[in-house]
Write a protein that binds this ligand. Sequence first.
Ligand code: LAC
Length: 226
Amino acid sequence: VIRGLIFDVFNTLVDLQSIEIPYDSSETTINSQELIASWYAKQLEYSWLLTLMNRYEPFSHIARNALIYTSRTFGLKLSSEQIANIMYARLNIGLFPDVEEGLVKLQELDHKISLCILSNGEKHYINTLISNNDIQKYFDQIISAEEAKKYKPSPEVYFLVLRKKKITLSELMLVSSNLWDIAGAKNVGMVTCWINRKSSATEELEFKPDYVFSSITDIKSILIRQ
Ligand code: LAC
């Protein structure tokens, strides 16, 4: 029986593609969608590099450094003011259109399911992002990898949830659009739900998601049946 849902943030609740990058097509061959995808991939790479080295830096520092690296790689000449503006826009990344409706549906379930956030983003950043999107009311807790000083998919980060809740891992379901995060959660025995909005290809990883949906609004169907 699933008693708690744990939500990832980037690309699961908020759409990184909604960030506006000041982008001059004469400076680069890459489009803004590819630029944002590369920026995110670089953030993950840096976060995993630090975790493997037993070091920690807040995710926003990583995001800023990854932005500088990515823009330089693709020939974009961003001024420090433009970088500061993008980092400011990162506090207001927009929700995917299905998120709010999906959260409302989960709240309407007869049996109470606890909803919480587990993100690599640092706590004050995630608090701001979530309240700027006015969805903090749906979650009982916001848990950040900052507390483990390691990044997902390190097991210690998923274990943080156990410190806060009297629930076993097999009663918790991670909801994420990131398959590396699904792998991390399955690795520690959580149930997993992959939100695949864009019909992305599956990864060749040993750990497969237990459920796959194209929208957060569909999660309710699993919980009604249990
Ligand atoms: C998160 C990102 C990294 O943890 O997906 O919210």
